[in-house]
Design a protein around this ligand. Structure first.
Ligand SMILES: Cc1ncc(COP(=O)(O)O)c(C=O)c1O
Length: 441
């Protein structure tokens, strides 16, 4: 069936697929399906739209967790993938591949500061692992500081980096990875000014360095906007204030842009450019290749030089994934995605604020660019309301709109349209979300 036609209704197709999934895939995966009440079985998707196997069409404002960045089945990305498959599908990193070098050159050009050298893997988890490995080899120090509410992936070390109790399991933790308080203006201590809150966070880090480390660290690693953490945006001066402490302790600044990368936050290619600091290492995945499994760790030349032991990722830099990354990134450049995310993000934000105003259960509207959130709380308090968030997820689906959910308490709606979304579709999605809010009021 052509990708942009409407599928014929197939009643019970979802139920049948769910039964097979429950039998043959890890049980917890079935309990997490779409996070809502009813699983969604995908038939096909094109551009901003997705169809389920029963023939229902949805406007996709979550993009497979901020990963489909320039539209489902983007013609240019599909064409590049097929071409590369026909040319050389896999060769391993033991051979030179021009497409891999081309992506690395492009990343050096559009990432900020002195970032230049890339290492490619298959996921955000591996990109973050590589960043920590490089920081430890470069500094000779062990301790790495991350933030509470961070999500860094599913390997043993990255679960240690992750500070959401529900995403840490297996009991294998890296004792050299520790978390300090994360910035979240909505949840700052009552009565504290924004300036006082910044002092409080900086003091917490200073105290932590003095009491929980020997004063030397390998790195401080953070997301500019915590993705899984519920789109909590760091205050404007946050990174400028903590950077001197990190440098004084001999540590590198690692910025995880797995969710914030590639124009998502508007205006700039990378989220951290809004905060005015230059990281030593940055990590990317998700939107970089419109859904192909690509992780990228980009570092300064001297950090890259320090990695001397052999390291290899069989599929990392795979020519097919790289062709997808190159097609995605060049499409983004030609369509000026950061500018579009700024303009459409502002349009989205204005509508979100207006539609939330009558509903006291929306405690906070926050985000940047095309990465916006609504935090659901018990009216008159800041108590997280996960049940209301679930209800909104289901109501949005009933209106034919896909959005996401996140935050430690599962009460934050995550809204992240495609980076090339049009103004008309922002309006369409907002109309649907407004009706969904009315349904649960
Ligand atoms: C900020 C951040 N870092 C790392 C990861 C891990 O990426 P992956 O799931 O590709 O391993 C994620 C995944 O959601 C993420 O949001």
């Amino acid at each position: 069936m052509p990708a942009d036609s409407v599928a014929p209704a197939q009643p019970n197709a979802t139920r049948d697929l769910l039964a097979r999934q429950r039998e043959f895939l890890l049980p917890v995966q079935s309990s997490m399906l779409y996070y809502g009440d009813r699983p969604l079985a995908v038939d096909h998707a094109k551009g901003d739209w997705l169809w389920d196997v029963e023939g229902t069409r949805y406007l996709d404002f979550f993009g497979g967790i901020l990963t489909v960045s320039v539209g489902h089945a983007n013609d240019e990305v599909v064409e590049a993938t097929v071409q590369q498959m026909r040319t050389a599908g896999h060769t391993s990193t033991l051979y030179l591949n021009e497409i891999t070098v081309k992506v690395a050159e492009l990343l050096a050009r559009i990432t900020p500061g002195r970032l230049k050298v890339s290492f490619f893997t298959n996921s955000g988890t591996e990109a973050d692992e590589m960043a920590v490995m490089a920081a430890r080899t470069f500094t000779g120090h062990r301790d790495v500081i991350s933030l509470r509410h961070a999500y860094s992936g599913r390997s043993a070390s990255m679960m240690a980096m992750t500070a959401h109790a529900n995403w840490r399991q297996g009991g294998v933790y890296d004792g050299h990875i520790k978390q300090v308080r994360s910035p979240n203006l909505y949840r700052k201590p009552k009565g504290m000014t924004e300036e006082g809150y910044l002092d409080f966070l900086v003091d917490d880090l200073a105290d932590f360095l003095a009491t929980c480390t020997d004063g030397k660290i390998a790195a401080f690693m953070a997301e500019p906007i915590q993705g899984v953490g519920g789109f909590a945006v760091a205050p404007a001066d946050y990174f400028r204030r903590i950077e001197p402490l990190v440098r004084e302790a001999g540590g590198l600044l690692i910025v995880d842009e797995v969710q914030t990368g590639w124009g998502r936050t508007g205006t700039h290619w990378c989220g951290i450019e809004h905060w005015g600091v230059e990281p030593d290492v940055m990590t990317f995945a998700k939107g970089i290749a419109n859904g192909a499994p690509v992780g990228a760790t980009v570092m300064t030349p001297e950090v890259a030089e320090s990695v001397r032991a052999f390291t290899l990722s069989t599929y990392g830099g795979n020519p097919v994934s790289m062709a997808q990354a190159y097609a995605t990134l060049t499409y983004m450049e030609r369509h000026r995605v950061p500018e579009n995310a700024e303009a459409q993000g502002a349009r989205l934000r204005a509508r979100l604020e207006a539609m939330s105003a009558p509903h006291p259960f929306v405690g906070d509207v926050r985000g940047m660019g095309l990465m916006q959130a609504l935090e659901m709380v018990v009216p008159g308090s800041q108590e997280p309301d996960a049940a209301r968030a679930n209800a909104l997820l289901n109501a949005a689906r009933a209106e034919g709109l896909l959005i996401g959910k996140g935050g430690r308490w599962g009460n934050v709606m995550r809204i992240a349209p495609m980076l090339n979304v049009s103004a008309e579709l922002i309006d369409e999605g907002c109309d649907r979300l407004e009706r969904a809010l009315a349904r649960i009021a």
